[in-house]
Design a protein around this ligand. Structure first.
Ligand code: LMR
Length: 396
């Protein structure tokens, strides 16, 4: 049976990690996978996570099955973090949440849930979007189409084209929106633009699926949830997928959440039963450790404050890296305007070079970024930025 297989290409993002690790160049730079790095290139465990881990080890009494919902306390705290704990939809008991294996797990659960609602639903994603969105939804049997989003020439949003496309999407379909820190472009909707998108969503009646993988990496935990909260206030149904990989630095623990908001509490219960069935059929129940850490942090005022402080350090460092790269490119005499990098948000920006130049940066300078020229800005540091800017100047 296996003879029928043909080899799959390496993943465009994760494949880079293997190449980077094998590279022996002393000045190699990893701008590939979206992980936070400190000034010396480490991805540290947050102090609040270390404390939570110690507390959990002391207090944990069983490893018995947790059930398809995952941890109820984690689910409640994550719902409040995303929607705000006084949101009208929460008060009306319209939201149900399950813990999932990472944000990717949340998306796969959402995909299967959408198929249960309407097997013919088309999922609309931004052009461009996270490299795994399309494969993930197509693997679940969902047709994926794109709406215009980023203008590579002007380095800005194609907002009018986006609105025109959304105005043509009907109530049977689902539109995936990035809550903040758009991956891969770093180009976010302003609050006013969110308001317009939300009006179109309410008017057209399609279901919004918001992917929030970077809450707190843009402007702040509450600021980054503007679109989620406003959308939930103005539509009857929505799906939210969130991740604790980046903002809690829990990448390998695989913890995220999938929330569904229904028209009322009774409909939410029905939808929830479907969600649990979907979970049972894919992986039965989520891993517990990451959720235990997050609920320990969010459930304790002091630990939560420590987490918010550590998150602020990460956010500020990434934003500082953005400006630092722009300044260094100017210092290298680069005439092209890269100021857009400083204005974009979150972990990523497109450098805006072609695939051949990306390849040259990799082969001749040991600088790794995704073929689309998406850079993980967190991989820049005070020690590598001069070499990076010089190498970019060379290939330009
Ligand atoms: C990324 O986009 O680099 C991250 O979300 C990691 C991943 O799984 O692709």
């Amino acid at each position: 049976m296996f003879n029928a297989l043909t080899a799959m290409p390496a993943d465009p993002i994760l494949g880079l990690l293997t190449q980077y690790r094998q590279d022996t160049h002393p000045q190699k730079i990893d701008l590939g996978v979206g992980v936070y790095k400190d000034p010396i290139g480490n991805t540290p465990i947050l102090d609040c996570v270390k404390t939570a881990e110690r507390l959990r080890t002391e207090s944990e009494t069983t490893k018995v099955y947790i059930g398809p919902t995952g941890s109820p306390q984690f689910n409640t705290l994550m719902t409040e973090l995303a929607f705000g704990n006084t949101h009208s939809a929460l008060i009306a008991d319209r939201i149900r949440t399950v813990s999932t294996p990472g944000g990717t797990g949340a998306l796969r659960v959402a995909a299967e849930f959408i198929k249960s609602c309407n097997p013919n639903a088309v999922l609309w994603v931004s052009d461009p979007t996270w490299a795994n969105h399309t494969g993930l939804f197509e693997a679940a049997g969902i047709t994926v189409k794109t709406y215009p989003y980023y203008d590579y020439d002007s380095k800005s949003l194609k907002f009018d084209e986006m609105k025109a496309a959304l105005n043509n999407i009907g109530s049977d379909d689902v539109v995936l929106l990035h809550a903040c820190c758009h991956n891969p472009s770093g180009m976010d909707l302003t609050n006013d633009q969110w308001d317009e998108v939300i009006s179109i969503t309410a008017k057209q009646g399609f279901t919004p699926l918001i992917d929030m993988a970077y809450q707190g990496f843009g402007d702040g935990v509450d600021e980054d949830a503007y679109g989620v909260r406003q959308m939930a206030a103005q539509v009857e149904e929505m799906i939210l997928c969130s991740s604790c990989s980046k903002n809690f630095g829990l990448y390998r623990e695989r913890i995220g959440a999938c929330s569904i908001m229904a028209k009322d509490s009774t409909k939410a219960n029905i939808a929830f039963s479907v969600l649990l069935y979907v979970v049972r059929c894919i992986y039965s129940m989520p891993p517990a450790h990451g959720a235990a850490l997050v609920e320990t942090i969010l459930g304790d005022a002091q630990l939560k404050q420590q987490w918010l402080d550590e998150l602020t350090v990460m956010r500020n460092r990434i934003n500082g890296n953005r400006q630092m790269l722009v300044n260094k490119l100017i210092e290298q005499g680069v005439k092209q305007d890269f100021s857009f990098i400083a204005n974009q948000k979150g972990m990523f920006s497109f450098l805006g070079i072609n695939a051949e130049q990306v390849e040259t940066l990799k082969k001749e300078h040991s600088i790794y970024m995704v073929g689309s020229s998406r850079m993980s800005i967190a991989g820049i540091s005070e020690t590598n930025v001069d070499y990076l800017a010089k190498s970019i100047a060379t290939i330009l």
